[in-house]
Design a binder for this molecule. Structure first.
Ligand SMILES: Cc1ncc(COP(=O)(O)O)c(C=O)c1O
Length: 387
Protein backbone atom coordinates (compact mmCIF):
# COMPACT_ATOMS: atom_id res chain seq x y z
CA UNK A 1 0.00 0.00 0.00
CA UNK A 2 1.34 3.45 -0.90
CA UNK A 3 2.44 5.67 1.95
CA UNK A 4 0.27 8.76 2.20
CA UNK A 5 1.36 11.69 4.33
CA UNK A 6 -0.86 11.76 7.38
CA UNK A 7 0.01 14.07 10.25
CA UNK A 8 -1.87 12.32 13.03
CA UNK A 9 -0.83 14.86 15.66
CA UNK A 10 -2.23 17.73 13.58
CA UNK A 11 -5.43 15.74 13.01
CA UNK A 12 -5.80 15.04 16.73
CA UNK A 13 -5.67 18.76 17.52
CA UNK A 14 -9.01 19.12 15.74
CA UNK A 15 -10.66 16.89 18.39
CA UNK A 16 -10.11 18.39 21.83
CA UNK A 17 -11.72 15.35 23.47
CA UNK A 18 -8.53 13.49 22.59
CA UNK A 19 -6.41 15.92 24.61
CA UNK A 20 -6.18 13.76 27.73
CA UNK A 21 -4.22 10.70 28.78
CA UNK A 22 -7.05 8.24 28.01
CA UNK A 23 -6.40 6.21 24.87
CA UNK A 24 -9.62 5.76 22.88
CA UNK A 25 -9.66 2.24 21.49
CA UNK A 26 -13.44 2.17 21.90
CA UNK A 27 -14.22 3.51 18.41
CA UNK A 28 -16.37 0.45 17.54
CA UNK A 29 -18.73 1.60 20.28
CA UNK A 30 -18.66 5.22 19.09
CA UNK A 31 -15.97 7.69 18.06
CA UNK A 32 -14.96 11.07 19.42
CA UNK A 33 -16.30 14.19 17.70
CA UNK A 34 -13.99 16.81 16.19
CA UNK A 35 -14.58 20.31 17.59
CA UNK A 36 -16.00 21.39 14.22
CA UNK A 37 -18.79 18.82 14.64
CA UNK A 38 -19.58 20.00 18.16
CA UNK A 39 -19.47 23.64 17.01
CA UNK A 40 -21.86 22.94 14.13
CA UNK A 41 -24.39 21.42 16.53
CA UNK A 42 -24.09 24.32 18.96
CA UNK A 43 -24.25 26.90 16.16
CA UNK A 44 -27.44 25.41 14.79
CA UNK A 45 -29.09 25.50 18.21
CA UNK A 46 -27.88 29.03 18.86
CA UNK A 47 -28.62 30.57 15.48
CA UNK A 48 -31.04 28.47 13.44
CA UNK A 49 -33.15 26.37 15.80
CA UNK A 50 -36.64 25.93 14.32
CA UNK A 51 -39.06 23.50 12.76
CA UNK A 52 -39.35 23.34 8.99
CA UNK A 53 -42.02 24.86 6.80
CA UNK A 54 -42.48 28.41 8.10
CA UNK A 55 -41.49 31.59 6.26
CA UNK A 56 -39.24 33.12 8.94
CA UNK A 57 -35.45 33.02 8.67
CA UNK A 58 -34.59 30.24 11.13
CA UNK A 59 -37.14 27.90 9.58
CA UNK A 60 -35.87 28.71 6.09
CA UNK A 61 -32.32 27.97 7.19
CA UNK A 62 -33.45 24.72 8.79
CA UNK A 63 -34.98 23.59 5.49
CA UNK A 64 -31.67 24.43 3.82
CA UNK A 65 -29.83 22.42 6.44
CA UNK A 66 -32.01 19.34 5.92
CA UNK A 67 -31.40 19.57 2.17
CA UNK A 68 -27.69 19.97 2.75
CA UNK A 69 -27.69 16.93 5.04
CA UNK A 70 -29.31 14.87 2.26
CA UNK A 71 -26.81 16.06 -0.32
CA UNK A 72 -23.96 15.32 2.09
CA UNK A 73 -25.33 11.85 2.79
CA UNK A 74 -25.62 11.26 -0.96
CA UNK A 75 -21.95 12.19 -1.35
CA UNK A 76 -20.89 10.08 1.62
CA UNK A 77 -22.77 6.99 0.46
CA UNK A 78 -22.51 7.62 -3.28
CA UNK A 79 -26.24 7.70 -3.96
CA UNK A 80 -28.91 10.23 -4.90
CA UNK A 81 -29.80 12.56 -1.99
CA UNK A 82 -33.46 11.53 -2.29
CA UNK A 83 -32.58 7.93 -1.45
CA UNK A 84 -31.46 8.60 2.13
CA UNK A 85 -33.42 8.54 5.37
CA UNK A 86 -32.23 9.79 8.73
CA UNK A 87 -33.44 8.27 11.98
CA UNK A 88 -32.56 7.98 15.64
CA UNK A 89 -30.31 4.91 15.29
CA UNK A 90 -29.40 2.24 12.78
CA UNK A 91 -31.33 -0.29 14.87
CA UNK A 92 -34.56 1.70 14.80
CA UNK A 93 -34.18 2.41 11.06
CA UNK A 94 -33.59 -1.26 10.38
CA UNK A 95 -36.67 -2.33 12.33
CA UNK A 96 -38.64 0.26 10.39
CA UNK A 97 -37.36 -0.66 6.92
CA UNK A 98 -37.65 -4.39 7.51
CA UNK A 99 -41.26 -3.87 8.63
CA UNK A 100 -41.95 -2.02 5.39
CA UNK A 101 -40.40 -4.78 3.31
CA UNK A 102 -42.29 -7.25 5.52
CA UNK A 103 -45.52 -5.97 4.04
CA UNK A 104 -44.46 -7.66 0.79
CA UNK A 105 -43.28 -10.98 2.33
CA UNK A 106 -45.33 -14.14 2.67
CA UNK A 107 -45.05 -17.29 4.78
CA UNK A 108 -42.19 -19.45 3.54
CA UNK A 109 -40.14 -16.58 2.09
CA UNK A 110 -36.53 -16.83 3.21
CA UNK A 111 -34.00 -14.34 4.53
CA UNK A 112 -30.32 -15.11 4.90
CA UNK A 113 -28.41 -13.37 7.68
CA UNK A 114 -24.82 -14.14 8.65
CA UNK A 115 -23.12 -15.31 11.80
CA UNK A 116 -20.86 -12.26 11.49
CA UNK A 117 -23.73 -9.82 11.90
CA UNK A 118 -24.45 -7.47 14.77
CA UNK A 119 -27.88 -8.34 16.14
CA UNK A 120 -29.30 -5.11 14.71
CA UNK A 121 -29.22 -6.89 11.34
CA UNK A 122 -30.52 -10.18 12.73
CA UNK A 123 -33.34 -9.58 15.21
CA UNK A 124 -35.43 -7.41 12.86
CA UNK A 125 -35.57 -10.45 10.56
CA UNK A 126 -36.28 -12.83 13.45
CA UNK A 127 -39.21 -10.65 14.44
CA UNK A 128 -40.57 -10.92 10.91
CA UNK A 129 -40.10 -14.67 11.16
CA UNK A 130 -42.15 -14.58 14.34
CA UNK A 131 -44.89 -12.38 12.87
CA UNK A 132 -45.12 -13.63 9.28
CA UNK A 133 -43.78 -17.17 9.25
CA UNK A 134 -40.87 -16.33 6.99
CA UNK A 135 -37.71 -18.43 7.43
CA UNK A 136 -34.43 -16.91 8.63
CA UNK A 137 -31.27 -18.85 7.87
CA UNK A 138 -27.76 -18.17 9.18
CA UNK A 139 -24.76 -18.17 6.85
CA UNK A 140 -21.73 -19.77 8.48
CA UNK A 141 -18.34 -18.25 9.19
CA UNK A 142 -15.14 -20.20 8.64
CA UNK A 143 -12.61 -20.97 11.37
CA UNK A 144 -10.60 -17.87 10.46
CA UNK A 145 -13.82 -15.88 10.99
CA UNK A 146 -14.25 -14.96 7.35
CA UNK A 147 -17.71 -15.36 5.88
CA UNK A 148 -18.31 -18.73 4.24
CA UNK A 149 -19.48 -17.65 0.79
CA UNK A 150 -19.87 -21.27 -0.30
CA UNK A 151 -22.36 -21.76 2.49
CA UNK A 152 -24.12 -18.56 1.42
CA UNK A 153 -24.37 -19.88 -2.12
CA UNK A 154 -25.64 -23.25 -0.88
CA UNK A 155 -28.36 -21.66 1.22
CA UNK A 156 -29.72 -19.43 -1.54
CA UNK A 157 -32.90 -20.66 -3.16
CA UNK A 158 -35.77 -19.34 -5.22
CA UNK A 159 -37.48 -18.54 -1.90
CA UNK A 160 -34.66 -16.21 -0.77
CA UNK A 161 -35.89 -12.63 -0.70
CA UNK A 162 -33.05 -10.95 1.19
CA UNK A 163 -29.38 -11.48 1.99
CA UNK A 164 -28.55 -9.37 5.05
CA UNK A 165 -24.84 -9.02 5.82
CA UNK A 166 -22.23 -6.77 7.46
CA UNK A 167 -19.72 -4.72 5.45
CA UNK A 168 -17.39 -5.25 8.40
CA UNK A 169 -17.80 -7.21 11.64
CA UNK A 170 -17.99 -5.03 14.73
CA UNK A 171 -16.63 -7.92 16.80
CA UNK A 172 -13.74 -9.49 14.93
CA UNK A 173 -13.06 -6.94 12.18
CA UNK A 174 -13.61 -9.22 9.16
CA UNK A 175 -14.65 -7.31 6.02
CA UNK A 176 -16.49 -9.73 3.69
CA UNK A 177 -16.40 -9.46 -0.09
CA UNK A 178 -19.36 -7.15 -0.64
CA UNK A 179 -19.25 -7.39 -4.44
CA UNK A 180 -19.48 -11.17 -4.36
CA UNK A 181 -22.28 -11.22 -1.78
CA UNK A 182 -24.33 -8.77 -3.84
CA UNK A 183 -23.67 -10.78 -6.99
CA UNK A 184 -24.85 -13.98 -5.29
CA UNK A 185 -27.92 -12.29 -3.79
CA UNK A 186 -28.97 -10.69 -7.05
CA UNK A 187 -28.28 -13.90 -8.95
CA UNK A 188 -30.94 -15.54 -6.79
CA UNK A 189 -33.33 -12.60 -7.20
CA UNK A 190 -32.81 -11.47 -3.59
CA UNK A 191 -32.14 -8.04 -2.14
CA UNK A 192 -28.68 -7.21 -0.77
CA UNK A 193 -29.15 -5.56 2.65
CA UNK A 194 -25.92 -4.19 4.09
CA UNK A 195 -25.01 -3.11 7.60
CA UNK A 196 -22.16 -0.62 7.19
CA UNK A 197 -22.24 0.67 10.77
CA UNK A 198 -18.90 -0.80 11.70
CA UNK A 199 -17.29 -0.10 8.34
CA UNK A 200 -18.30 3.58 8.39
CA UNK A 201 -15.11 5.10 9.87
CA UNK A 202 -12.75 2.77 8.01
CA UNK A 203 -13.33 3.28 4.30
CA UNK A 204 -15.49 4.77 1.57
CA UNK A 205 -19.04 3.48 1.29
CA UNK A 206 -20.04 3.03 -2.34
CA UNK A 207 -23.67 1.93 -2.57
CA UNK A 208 -23.72 2.51 -6.34
CA UNK A 209 -20.54 0.59 -7.06
CA UNK A 210 -21.52 -2.19 -4.64
CA UNK A 211 -25.06 -2.18 -6.04
CA UNK A 212 -26.59 -2.90 -2.62
CA UNK A 213 -30.34 -2.39 -2.32
CA UNK A 214 -30.39 -1.16 1.27
CA UNK A 215 -27.51 0.02 3.45
CA UNK A 216 -27.50 1.37 6.97
CA UNK A 217 -24.89 3.18 9.02
CA UNK A 218 -24.54 5.36 12.11
CA UNK A 219 -22.77 8.74 12.05
CA UNK A 220 -21.69 8.41 15.69
CA UNK A 221 -19.31 5.67 14.55
CA UNK A 222 -17.69 8.05 12.05
CA UNK A 223 -16.99 11.13 14.15
CA UNK A 224 -20.51 12.53 14.07
CA UNK A 225 -23.37 12.70 16.58
CA UNK A 226 -25.69 9.87 17.70
CA UNK A 227 -27.85 9.37 14.64
CA UNK A 228 -28.83 6.68 12.14
CA UNK A 229 -28.67 6.88 8.34
CA UNK A 230 -30.17 4.57 5.73
CA UNK A 231 -29.98 4.26 1.96
CA UNK A 232 -32.54 2.48 -0.19
CA UNK A 233 -32.70 2.25 -3.96
CA UNK A 234 -35.34 4.64 -5.22
CA UNK A 235 -37.47 2.04 -6.99
CA UNK A 236 -37.45 -0.14 -3.91
CA UNK A 237 -38.43 2.68 -1.53
CA UNK A 238 -41.13 3.77 -3.96
CA UNK A 239 -42.51 0.25 -4.07
CA UNK A 240 -43.03 -0.02 -0.29
CA UNK A 241 -45.96 1.26 1.69
CA UNK A 242 -44.29 3.32 4.43
CA UNK A 243 -45.45 3.68 8.02
CA UNK A 244 -46.11 7.42 8.01
CA UNK A 245 -48.54 10.03 9.20
CA UNK A 246 -50.85 11.33 6.47
CA UNK A 247 -49.78 14.99 6.30
CA UNK A 248 -46.03 14.21 6.10
CA UNK A 249 -44.53 14.81 2.66
CA UNK A 250 -44.07 11.86 0.31
CA UNK A 251 -41.07 13.43 -1.39
CA UNK A 252 -38.16 13.03 -1.41
CA UNK A 253 -38.78 9.31 -1.29
CA UNK A 254 -36.38 8.74 1.63
CA UNK A 255 -38.44 11.13 3.74
CA UNK A 256 -41.35 8.67 3.74
CA UNK A 257 -39.32 6.63 6.19
CA UNK A 258 -38.49 9.49 8.57
CA UNK A 259 -40.75 9.94 11.55
CA UNK A 260 -41.72 13.31 13.03
CA UNK A 261 -39.43 16.28 13.41
CA UNK A 262 -35.84 15.42 12.57
CA UNK A 263 -32.94 15.98 14.98
CA UNK A 264 -31.87 19.08 13.06
CA UNK A 265 -28.92 19.92 15.29
CA UNK A 266 -27.56 16.42 14.74
CA UNK A 267 -27.95 16.79 10.98
CA UNK A 268 -25.71 19.88 11.30
CA UNK A 269 -23.20 17.71 13.16
CA UNK A 270 -23.49 14.97 10.55
CA UNK A 271 -22.66 17.43 7.73
CA UNK A 272 -19.62 18.66 9.66
CA UNK A 273 -18.47 15.08 10.32
CA UNK A 274 -18.56 14.16 6.64
CA UNK A 275 -16.76 17.39 5.71
CA UNK A 276 -14.14 16.56 8.34
CA UNK A 277 -13.54 13.13 6.77
CA UNK A 278 -13.33 14.73 3.33
CA UNK A 279 -10.50 17.02 4.48
CA UNK A 280 -8.52 13.93 5.53
CA UNK A 281 -9.31 11.71 2.53
CA UNK A 282 -9.99 7.98 2.69
CA UNK A 283 -6.67 7.02 1.17
CA UNK A 284 -4.76 8.57 4.06
CA UNK A 285 -7.16 7.16 6.65
CA UNK A 286 -6.96 3.63 5.25
CA UNK A 287 -3.16 3.70 5.02
CA UNK A 288 -2.75 4.99 8.57
CA UNK A 289 -5.19 2.47 10.04
CA UNK A 290 -3.45 -0.29 8.12
CA UNK A 291 -0.13 0.66 9.72
CA UNK A 292 -1.66 0.72 13.19
CA UNK A 293 -3.27 -2.66 12.66
CA UNK A 294 -0.06 -4.23 11.41
CA UNK A 295 1.86 -2.82 14.35
CA UNK A 296 -0.63 -4.37 16.74
CA UNK A 297 -0.60 -7.77 15.02
CA UNK A 298 3.20 -7.84 14.81
CA UNK A 299 3.62 -7.00 18.47
CA UNK A 300 0.96 -9.20 20.08
CA UNK A 301 2.29 -10.94 23.18
CA UNK A 302 2.05 -14.73 23.12
CA UNK A 303 -0.44 -14.92 25.98
CA UNK A 304 -2.96 -13.00 23.91
CA UNK A 305 -5.31 -15.18 21.87
CA UNK A 306 -6.56 -13.23 18.86
CA UNK A 307 -9.81 -14.31 17.23
CA UNK A 308 -9.87 -13.85 13.46
CA UNK A 309 -7.53 -12.80 10.71
CA UNK A 310 -3.88 -12.33 11.64
CA UNK A 311 -3.10 -9.96 8.78
CA UNK A 312 -4.64 -6.68 7.66
CA UNK A 313 -5.99 -8.16 4.43
CA UNK A 314 -9.76 -8.56 4.43
CA UNK A 315 -10.29 -6.80 7.73
CA UNK A 316 -10.54 -3.46 9.49
CA UNK A 317 -8.40 -2.73 12.57
CA UNK A 318 -10.89 -4.03 15.12
CA UNK A 319 -9.38 -6.75 17.25
CA UNK A 320 -11.10 -9.30 19.44
CA UNK A 321 -8.94 -11.24 21.87
CA UNK A 322 -8.54 -12.78 25.29
CA UNK A 323 -5.58 -12.95 27.63
CA UNK A 324 -4.99 -16.40 29.08
CA UNK A 325 -5.82 -16.65 32.74
CA UNK A 326 -7.79 -13.39 32.77
CA UNK A 327 -11.48 -12.75 32.15
CA UNK A 328 -12.30 -10.16 29.47
CA UNK A 329 -13.81 -7.97 32.16
CA UNK A 330 -10.65 -8.11 34.26
CA UNK A 331 -8.56 -7.18 31.24
CA UNK A 332 -10.83 -4.24 30.39
CA UNK A 333 -10.70 -3.03 34.00
CA UNK A 334 -6.92 -3.34 34.14
CA UNK A 335 -6.57 -1.47 30.87
CA UNK A 336 -8.97 1.23 32.06
CA UNK A 337 -6.77 1.64 35.14
CA UNK A 338 -3.89 2.25 32.72
CA UNK A 339 -6.05 4.79 30.88
CA UNK A 340 -6.74 2.61 27.86
CA UNK A 341 -10.39 2.38 26.81
CA UNK A 342 -11.42 -1.02 25.38
CA UNK A 343 -14.68 -2.92 25.40
CA UNK A 344 -15.51 -6.39 26.66
CA UNK A 345 -18.51 -8.69 26.22
CA UNK A 346 -20.24 -9.77 23.01
CA UNK A 347 -20.94 -6.30 21.53
CA UNK A 348 -24.29 -7.72 20.33
CA UNK A 349 -22.43 -9.96 17.86
CA UNK A 350 -24.26 -12.94 19.29
CA UNK A 351 -23.59 -15.64 16.68
CA UNK A 352 -19.87 -15.15 16.18
CA UNK A 353 -19.36 -15.25 19.95
CA UNK A 354 -21.39 -18.45 20.06
CA UNK A 355 -19.23 -19.90 17.30
CA UNK A 356 -16.11 -19.04 19.31
CA UNK A 357 -17.59 -20.69 22.40
CA UNK A 358 -17.47 -17.34 24.16
CA UNK A 359 -21.18 -17.01 24.84
CA UNK A 360 -21.66 -15.39 28.23
CA UNK A 361 -18.06 -14.35 28.82
CA UNK A 362 -17.24 -12.69 25.50
CA UNK A 363 -13.85 -11.21 24.75
CA UNK A 364 -11.89 -7.97 24.81
CA UNK A 365 -12.23 -5.62 21.84
CA UNK A 366 -9.79 -2.90 20.84
CA UNK A 367 -10.67 -0.86 17.75
CA UNK A 368 -8.39 1.64 16.05
CA UNK A 369 -9.48 4.62 14.00
CA UNK A 370 -7.47 7.29 12.19
CA UNK A 371 -6.96 9.49 15.27
CA UNK A 372 -5.11 6.74 17.12
CA UNK A 373 -1.34 6.74 17.08
CA UNK A 374 1.47 4.20 16.90
CA UNK A 375 2.43 5.29 20.41
CA UNK A 376 -1.03 4.38 21.67
CA UNK A 377 -0.83 0.96 20.04
CA UNK A 378 2.51 0.44 21.77
CA UNK A 379 0.94 1.42 25.09
CA UNK A 380 -1.72 -1.25 24.57
CA UNK A 381 0.86 -3.87 23.64
CA UNK A 382 2.99 -3.03 26.65
CA UNK A 383 -0.01 -3.17 28.96
CA UNK A 384 -1.10 -6.54 27.52
CA UNK A 385 2.43 -7.83 27.99
CA UNK A 386 2.37 -6.76 31.64
CA UNK A 387 -1.00 -8.27 32.51
C1 LIG B 1 -22.16 -3.50 13.08
C2 LIG B 1 -23.19 -2.75 13.85
N1 LIG B 1 -24.45 -2.72 13.39
C3 LIG B 1 -25.44 -2.06 14.02
C4 LIG B 1 -25.18 -1.38 15.18
C5 LIG B 1 -26.31 -0.64 15.84
O1 LIG B 1 -26.17 0.72 15.56
P1 LIG B 1 -27.05 1.78 16.33
O2 LIG B 1 -26.43 1.98 17.67
O3 LIG B 1 -26.99 3.04 15.48
O4 LIG B 1 -28.43 1.26 16.42
C6 LIG B 1 -23.89 -1.38 15.72
C7 LIG B 1 -23.62 -0.70 16.99
O5 LIG B 1 -22.64 -0.94 17.65
C8 LIG B 1 -22.87 -2.07 15.03
O6 LIG B 1 -21.62 -2.10 15.47
Amino acid sequence: MSTVAFDVEAVRKRTSALDRPLVFFDGPGGTQCPDEVIDAIARYLREDNANIGAPYETSVRTVELVERARVTAGRFLDCHPDEVAFGPTMTSLNFLLTRCLGRTLVRGDEVLVTKLDHDANVSPWLELEHDLGIVVRFVEVRDDLTLDLDDLERQLSDRTRVVAFPVASNAVGTAPDVGRIVELAHGAGALAWADAVHYGPHGPIDVSGWDVDVLLCSPYKFFGPHLGLAFGKRELLESWRPYKVRPAANEPVGHRFEHGTQQHELLAGFVAAVEYIETLGWEAIVAHEHELGRRFLDGLPERVELYGLRSMEGRVPTFCFNVSGRSPEEVAIELAAREIAVWHGDYYAVEVMRKLGLEGTGAVRAGFVHYNTAGEVDRLLTALGEL
